[in-house]
Design a protein around this ligand. Structure first.
Ligand SMILES: Cc1cc2nc3c(=O)[nH]c(=O)nc-3n(C[C@H](O)[C@H](O)[C@H](O)COP(=O)(O)OP(=O)(O)OC[C@H]3O[C@@H](n4cnc5c(N)ncnc54)[C@H](O)[C@@H]3O)c2cc1C
Length: 387
């Protein structure tokens, strides 16, 4: 049996950052992962992740997004790697849709520079983008893109440098909470700590025995559309764009809007990344269908034919990633209800940009330090009545 101050299960986005922060604060921390992150089996693969601060998902996220931006820059210095590139981020939809409303509210409350654009202005500036006449855009000029593979490598390298013990290619099979401590079992070994964080992405609900009504893994098909030598889709010329599109016939999905996003081509690349952000299927992470069907390709091509029509040809490749969605779309951060020593982090499909600040927040929660941010929105107890 090996004894630590803290154990972190899952060394992807949230787990790698938490290990780094705890180790830097001088704690004896043990991190464990089924694979060797970064990898393509969870939620952090796919080359790029957008980073923004005028947060359309709610003003509560903005102070965290601002701090995270600073911490990404600091991690670049600490690790000697380029992790974050600047680029504009455009939110598009009808003027009364929740995304536009949330974007404008966050930008205005926190005085974040932005430009409000009409459909005509958007199309004039980026002829490849075709909003409907009643759509408007909110452009955050100082947004960016991070590279998840490099980021996770940097976070894990910094964690080890600060003294964290990391075990890869080993899956936690069982956790037992007893007498003020938690014991984790894996490959015939046991590890004990006073506190444990489950940051296992799509596997978190299963490990913590939480119902689907609270946390559900979702299958996310992602497509790459070739643009050849067309430079108008490249970083700096084509903004990250997020759409909220009214749905007329949702085939029983009960969606009011379909959400779509695309990211520019990166240096040397000739592919635009495109995916739907909602209307996704729930999945079992151990039996995830990683093949993208012809219907799924047709569905996205059909949407692109209206809004990004030059991309409506066949994608050069498609892959499957995972979201770990909460019932209300907000993060789930904190102590598992009914437990004294087990904490959880679930990022609801939009958490990569927050990784370094989540490392600080989760380290604060584990060490019973007052967090710098208001975390009420993310409290696991908000679902307690549903248990
Ligand atoms: C296609 C796609 C695009 C996205 N775009 C953006 C974006 O632009 N901006 C943004 O901010 N966010 C984005 N996200 C969301 C973001 O990537 C996720 O919220 C984030 O990566 C989730 O991190 P995590 O730590 O919860 O999971 P992961 O990073 O998947 O880490 C979980 C880890 O737990 C490990 N694990 C699981 N079970 C066990 C076990 N029993 N024992 C040990 N280890 C275990 C797994 O192997 C994995 O490494 C996107 C997600 C997807 C899928």
């Amino acid at each position: 049996m090996q004894i630590f101050d803290y154990i972190v299960v899952g060394l992807g986005t949230a787990g790698s950052a938490t290990c780094m922060t705890l180790a830097r604060r001088g704690s004896k921390v043990f991190g464990i992962d089924t694979y060797r992150p970064p990898h393509t089996m969870g939620s952090h693969h796919g080359v790029t992740r957008s980073v923004r601060r005028a947060y359309l998902e709610g003003t509560s996220y903005v102070p965290m997004a601002m701090k995270s931006w600073e911490l990404w820059r600091k991690l670049e210095v600490d690790s000697g790697r380029k992790l974050l590139v600047d680029t504009g981020n455009l939110t598009i939809g009808p003027s009364d849709c929740p995304a536009i409303d949330g974007f404008l509210r966050s930008a205005q409350v926190y005085d974040i520079p932005y430009v409000r654009m009409t459909a005509r202005e958007i199309q004039k500036r980026w002829p490849q983008i075709r909003p409907a006449d009643n759509f408007i855009g909110g452009l955050e000029k100082e947004a960016g893109i991070v590279f998840p593979d490099l980021c996770i490598r940097a976070l894990l390298a910094e964690a080890e440098k600060a003294g964290a013990t990391l075990l890869f290619n080993s899956s936690v099979e069982k956790m037992i909470e007893k007498d003020g401590a938690v014991t984790v079992y894996c490959n015939g070994e046991s590890y004990v700590a006073s506190r444990l964080l489950v940051a296992a992405g799509g596997w978190t609900a299963k490990l913590l025995d939480l119902p689907d009504s609270i946390i559900v893994p979702q299958r996310v098909p992602v497509h790459w559309f070739g643009v050849g030598n067309d430079q108008s889709y490249s970083l700096g010329k084509f903004p990250v764009n997020f759409w909220q599109i009214p749905v007329e016939n949702d085939k029983g999905n009960h969606l009011k809007y379909r959400e779509l996003y695309s990211l520019p081509t990166m240096a040397g690349g000739q592919k635009v990344k495109v995916a739907f952000h909602n209307g996704l299927e729930s999945c079992n992470p151990d039996q995830l269908d990683r093949n993208v069907s012809e219907n799924e390709v047709l569905e996205i091509k059909n949407m692109l034919s209206h809004y990004l029509p030059n991309l409506q040809h066949r994608p050069v490749s498609s892959e499957v990633c995972m979201y770990t969605m909460t019932a209300d779309g907000d993060f789930y951060l904190g102590k598992k209800p009914g437990s004294r020593n087990i904490f959880a982090a679930t990022l609801a499909g939009h958490g990569f940009k927050f990784a370094p600040v989540l490392g600080e927040i989760l380290a604060d929660l584990l060490t019973e330090t007052n967090p710098e941010f208001d975390l009420q929105l993310f409290s696991p107890t908000r679902f307690t009545t549903a248990l």
